[in-house]
Write a protein that binds this ligand. Structure first.
Ligand code: GCV
Length: 648
């Protein structure tokens, strides 16, 4: 099988939806036979119009140049958009090689997703004759939460996109000069992987987002997203009634505050009738919130929910709160669990995957599954704040697979996995910016793709998704698919090995990138007597007790605690054996093993020189080279630091 090597600059702009002629003649023929029937389809709304245009674009490209249509009769094609037994976004393809294809969907979005699925199946080499299949999205809201600042004046971290590593924001909502052509390409990419909600601005929210001029600038952006089945949201600043509304308070129980929000919602929904709602970070990391007025989280969330309710909107309230930094892992649990049952029905409590933050080497948050009377949502990072900032390669698929399928132990839920208890909503902080190839690191696109695919179907598995992405992005050459997906799949373990094995998390400096284990001694407590943080019930902070059985018992005992969380939950003596060596020796072996693995990635990537577009090949190689330097720096630092700190 051959791969055509496109030599275009910025080949990464096309993402996984740059269609080439299909390699197999029978598939090219099938595309050709279908095309004329699809051209006759007369859609009745904007979303189906996009679906039709996408299918025509794909069929024309995939059939290649030959006039194959001349040799075979055309197929028929029909679409039903109101199949009443199908839920929102769901679809079923019925195919008959003699006759043609029929697409049944629950709504227009289902038609669009059905079209993208058909194209994907054909590009992955499946034939039309076997295309009798249906799909239904798992999560109701499959969201992106942009952390884009309106401009640099509000940026706390000095970044236009907070924790963004791929250039500036795609939006310009203050001046209203957003590049709408690029937004169209962005919206198309989101639809191609089933994403259906987007929050445009940072949760550290600039109050100006609710000013009328800014709302007017959101309208054309929302119009584009709507045509691709994506609903727009904004993050709001809890003190907006004071900061932009001229009121003297933002107390959620004050009548004038409630009226202000109700009026603001009326204004928004007049402009954007399908507006999704508000995302809120409140009483967290210095952001204003109900606590400033002597109230609690439900008072704040329910007040916003009430203003949104008449319009069908939702309030997503974040559970990311912490008090004293050392007690951070237990804070959200202690605070929110007692509030179960107090949130309105159109509030979703959005919980980060980890109890500390988005760390790749911490356990899952114990809050999941423990608030049965509250809608819970899952928050993930696609951007790589703690996973190498798009300089290092870190494929999130394996971590997300583990999180989504983690059985919380909740006995009152029919589906007690984290995915099961957060079905209402999944959110990812995106890794894109205005850089030409979207994500800066060419292989970081795999994370964006994986997020959408796993939000659609959390049972897909990291390997399947990596292989799909590699094939759709670089073509079906088996060597390319194998090498790329093996590198992706090995990347998270390699990274965690050199930045903090066995649950040694947060060893980075304030930049969240470089090693600085001396900064937070409380997380590792390395000394000649031992290493690790005691979070047990018997002798430590008690965090193990936050989990439901069987995890509560498993985490409590070093013998049954999963090795990847050992030093997160336990302080062990230096003689503690793991992987056949005393703990410090095992740490040393792991950090160097991780760094060495990056050399393997480079050697493997080199094998693809002739098969990957030049710009993508070179950019990836450059980033892997930089990663190797950084990985060795990590290994050197941790090896030296832990050796020294534990010497008697
Ligand atoms: C948006 C971490 C990040 C902050 C982020 C915060 C949050 O602390 O470093 O940049 O702020 O999480 O999730 O609110």
């Amino acid at each position: 099988m051959h791969t055509i090597k496109p030599a275009t600059q910025n080949s990464g702009y096309r993402l996984w939806i740059g269609y080439e002629a299909l390699p197999e003649a029978r598939l090219r023929l099938a595309c050709s036979r279908l095309l004329s029937a699809v051209e006759e389809w007369l859609p009745t709304d904007a979303v189906c119009t996009q679906a039709r245009a996408e299918l025509i674009l794909a069929l024309r490209s995939m059939r290649g140049e030959e006039a194959l249509a001349l040799t075979s009769p055309a197929l028929t094609f029909s679409v039903q958009t109101d199949a009443c037994d199908l839920k929102e976004g769901a679809f079923v393809w019925h195919s008959d090689s003699e006759q043609g294809l029929r697409l049944d969907a629950g709504d227009s979005a289902g038609v669009l997703y059905g079209v993208f699925a058909l194209i994907r199946h054909l590009r992955l080499g499946q034939s039309l004759e076997t295309l009798n299949f249906g799909e239904s999205p798992f999560f109701e809201r499959r969201m992106l939460n942009h952390w884009d600042n309106l401009d640099a004046t509000f940026s706390k971290t000095g970044e236009l996109v907070e924790r963004g590593y791929a250039g500036a924001s795609l939006f310009d909502l203050i001046q209203g000069t957003t590049d709408l052509a690029r937004i169209r390409d962005y919206a198309r990419a989101l639809a191609s992987i089933g994403l259906n909600h987007i929050v445009l601005n940072n949760v550290n929210a600039d109050p100006r987002i609710l000013e009328s001029t800014v709302l007017a600038h959101i309208v054309p952006v929302a119009d584009i997203f709507r045509a691709w089945g994506v609903r727009v949201w904004v993050s709001v600043n809890f003190a907006s009634p004071m900061r932009t509304g001229g009121l003297s308070t933002a107390d959620p129980l004050a009548p004038e505050v409630r009226s202000w929000w109700a009026e603001k919602c009326r204004e928004i929904y007049t402009l954007i009738p399908d507006f999704g709602g508000f995302l809120v970070k409140a009483s967290s990391e210095g952001e204003p919130g109900p606590h400033d007025f002597g109230r609690d989280h439900p008072d704040g969330a329910n007040m916003l929910a009430e203003a949104l309710r008449p319009h069908g909107g939702t309030c997503i309230w974040r559970a990311f709160v912490y008090g004293k930094i050392e007690g951070r892992s237990g804070h959200a649990y202690d605070h929110f669990k007692p509030l179960d049952g107090q949130f309105a029905d159109n509030v979703i409590l959005q919980i980060k995957h980890g109890p500390v933050d988005f760390l790749p080497n911490e356990p899952t948050s114990p809050l999941f599954g423990q608030m049965p009377k509250t809608h819970q949502g899952l928050e993930l990072m696609i951007t790589q704040e703690y996973t190498g900032q798009q300089i290092h390669l870190y494929y999130y698929g394996p971590l997300w697979e583990r999180i989504l399928q983690f059985d919380t132990g909740a006995t009152d839920s029919a589906s007690p996995t984290i995915a099961g208890v957060t079905r209402k909503s999944i959110a990812g902080v995106p890794n894109v910016g205005d850089t030409a190839n979207w994500c800066a690191h060419p292989l970081a696109q795999a994370n964006w793709y994986a997020y959408g695919r796993m939000a659609w179907n959390p049972h897909l598995g990291a390997r399947t998704v990596a292989e799909e992405w590699a094939s759709l992005t670089f073509g079906p050459d088996p060597e390319v698919v194998r090498v790329v997906s093996e590198i992706l799949l090995a990347s998270p373990d390699a990274y965690v090995d050199y930045i903090g094995p066995f649950g040694l998390c947060m060893l980075h400096g304030g930049d969240h990138f470089s090693p600085a284990p001396e900064n937070r001694r409380y997380v590792h407590q390395a000394s000649p007597e031992g290493i690790g943080r005691d979070r047990t019930r018997t002798t430590g902070s008690g965090d193990t007790g936050h989990y439901l059985p069987p995890h509560r018992e498993a985490y409590e005992n070093p013998a049954t605690c999963p090795p990847e969380y050992l030093l997160y939950f336990h302080r062990v003596p230096l003689t503690h054996e793991i992987e056949g060596s005393p703990i410090i020796e095992a740490i040393r072996q792991r950090v160097w093993r991780g760094a060495d693995q990056v050399e393997v990635f480079i050697r493997d990537w080199e094998k693809l020189r002739e098969k990957i577009p030049d710009d993508c090949f070179a950019a990836t190689l450059g980033r892997l080279g930089r990663q190797l330097e950084e990985a060795r720096r990590w290994a050197q630092t941790l090896d030296g630091f832990f050796t020294e700190s534990t010497m008697g």
